[in-house]
Design a protein around this ligand. Structure first.
Ligand code: 13P
Length: 253
């Protein structure tokens, strides 16, 4: 059975003090509530050990926003998947369009990161999605197929089953332009079909596929109501509990 997940991605926001204040508030707010989804917070590396400790015993899982494509050694400034796992974080966001666009992450690099994340017991939240020009040229189905083919589709069925996917159309990220629920649903259904062809109908059925891109309190319920949308990867609206909570609650039927 696939899981519903609402995951925040803080990106490069929040000092350590702001991060811990957020987790304290979210933990207190969620305590005793019955939730219709798993809750994950993706945070900068320096926050991970502290907030993973803070989140113990709560419904909140912690994600890194990246990890190195090398296991260990002389790679100044990098943080390995093993180091991420040692903080108590259980997830790692990989393949975000900002990493692809600003830090040159390509399929080969992302395949290394995926393998290391999985080898260290982390759940990758793997992002795919087309840019505006590709959407306008009607190439979005083709683009996501290529992104999957070059990365997660290189995994064994067993490893692929551990991956969470996130469809994030780049033109909808941070722009206030959300994909309509119909636009998102048709890509999610396409992705699920590709998984079925590559692996099996059961693996496709069990794969959690999140939507990301200007998802907020006012559109979450409609997006999450689509048959192939299993939750969201939330940027801007994950920066305050006030904005994030209603997105989590969009799953409470
Ligand atoms: P926004 O929700 O700010 O559009 O960001 C989405 C995103 O990139 C999450 O990874």
């Amino acid at each position: 059975m696939r899981k519903n997940i609402v995951a925040g991605n803080w990106k490069m926001n929040k000092t350590l003090q702001e991060g811990t204040a957020f987790i304290a508030e979210l933990k207190q707010t969620l305590a005793g509530k019955s939730l219709g989804c798993d809750v994950v917070i993706g945070a900068p590396f320096i926050h991970l050990a502290t907030i993973a400790e803070q989140a113990k015993g709560s419904a909140i899982g912690i994600a890194a926003e990246n990890c190195a494509d090398k296991a260990e050694g002389a790679y100044t400034g990098e943080v390995s998947a093993a180091m991420v796992a040692s903080t108590g974080a259980r997830y790692v966001i990989l393949g975000h369009s900002e990493r692809r666009a600003y830090y040159g992450e390509n399929d080969a690099i992302l395949s290394e990161k995926l393998a290391l994340a999985l080898a260290n017991g982390l759940t990758p939240i793997f992002c795919i999605g087309e840019v505006k020009e590709e959407r306008e040229a009607g190439k979005h189905f083709e683009v996501v197929a290529q992104q999957l083919e070059g990365t997660v589709f290189g995994l064994s069925a067993e490893d692929f089953s551990k991956v969470v996917l996130a469809y994030e159309p780049v033109w909808a990220i941070g722009t206030g332009l959300t994909a309509s629920s119909a636009q998102a649903q048709e890509v999610h259904a396409h992705v699920r079909q590709l998984i079925a062809s590559k692996y099996s109908a059961q693996i496709a059925e069990d794969c959690t596929i999140l939507y990301g891109g200007s998802c907020n309190a006012s559109n979450a319920k409609e997006l999450f109501g689509q048959p192939d949308i299993d939750g969201g990867l939330i940027g801007g609206a994950s920066l305050s509990v006030e904005k994030f909570l209603p997105i989590i609650e969009a799953f409470n039927k």
